[in-house]
Design a protein around this ligand. Structure first.
Ligand SMILES: [Fe+2]
Ligand SMILES: [Fe+2]
Length: 289
């Protein structure tokens, strides 16, 4: 890879040592194929329809965002020699692959809850997002893409950690409950991968901050586009709000913006371990009694 693909990074040599994790988590690639029957609700949290539409908007981005991350990891792996990191990248991609395939199935339900015009509007935004990520991969430097991945993963993992000690599925409707609980668990499990790849190949804190923030704005703008279309279709007003990712992450989100941030330092609580147990039946080496 040519050096002009990277931002200035005098203090950050390539293949830099990654700060040691205080606690690592095993990344488990579970075989998850949720089935979402037609009666699955549009609302993840029926008591909170606006938040539910925002969650639906997030879901609509997944079949584009997650394949983008996977393709970026495939590009990055050619420049990485660390065997453990290569193995983590592979498992990260397998987990993300399972996520977007399950989201794609619930997304069909989401579109089916709207009229043809709205459904076509949603599909048009999906196509825009897909084209945007394709152009990022084709035209932007790898460092840009890796900072995007790290910005996205840092924001969503902070939100997942914010609810890590709660019963995530409580109050959620059937179908959404397992999807969200399982997806957020795996986001916590693979939280270090995008960060470690960024540290190895780019390393600059200021570039991570600048490009990570602009990635978050780019991503959240697309979530908003989907959200606004669905709100308008229901005759609801679009009012100012703070993204659930930022609110849910809280101080953890702010910590991701600091030079000392390392997702390996998140404490894996007993509640997260219990959730891992709950989903152990999906693990490939699990044997039914
Ligand atoms: Fe994911
Ligand atoms: Fe992820």
């Amino acid at each position: 890879m040519s050096s002009e693909q990277y931002p200035p990074q005098p203090e950050a040599p390539q293949q830099a040592a990654i700060p040691q994790a205080s606690e690592t988590t095993e990344i488990i690639v579970r075989r998850v194929n949720f089935d979402f029957p037609p009666q699955t609700s549009l609302y993840a949290i029926p008591k909170l329809p606006r938040l539910s539409l925002y969650i639906a908007a997030f879901s609509l981005t997944m079949p584009y965002l997650e394949p983008y991350l996977i393709r970026m990891m495939l590009k990055a792996r050619n420049t990485i020699s660390d065997e453990q990191l290569l193995a983590d990248m592979k498992q990260f991609s397998q987990q993300e692959g399972n996520h977007f395939r399950n989201h794609a199935r619930i997304n069909k339900i989401i579109r089916s809850k709207f009229d043809k015009k709205t459904s076509a509007e949603l599909l048009q935004i999906e196509n825009e997002l897909k084209a945007e990520y394709e152009s990022f991969l084709a035209q932007k430097p790898l460092a840009f893409n890796l900072a995007y991945a790290e910005g996205f993963e840092a924001m969503t993992c902070a939100a997942a950690m914010g609810s890590a000690n709660r019963n995530v599925s409580k109050g959620l409707s059937s179908g959404w409950d397992k999807l969200i609980e399982w997806h957020s668990l795996e986001e916590i499990e693979h939280r270090t991968v995008a960060y470690d790849v960024y540290q190895k190949l780019v390393g600059s804190y200021f570039y991570r901050l600048k490009q990570g923030l602009s990635a978050q704005i780019h991503y959240l703008k697309y979530v908003h586009k989907f959200y606004a279309v669905m709100l308008k279709a229901q005759g609801r007003r679009v009012v100012p709000y703070i993204s659930m990712f930022i609110l849910g992450g809280g101080y953890r989100y702010l910590n991701t913006l600091m030079p000392w941030y390392n997702p390996a330092n998140y404490k894996i609580t007993a509640a997260i371990k219990r959730r891992k147990e709950k989903y152990s039946s999906f693990a490939p080496d699990h044997e039914s009694p």
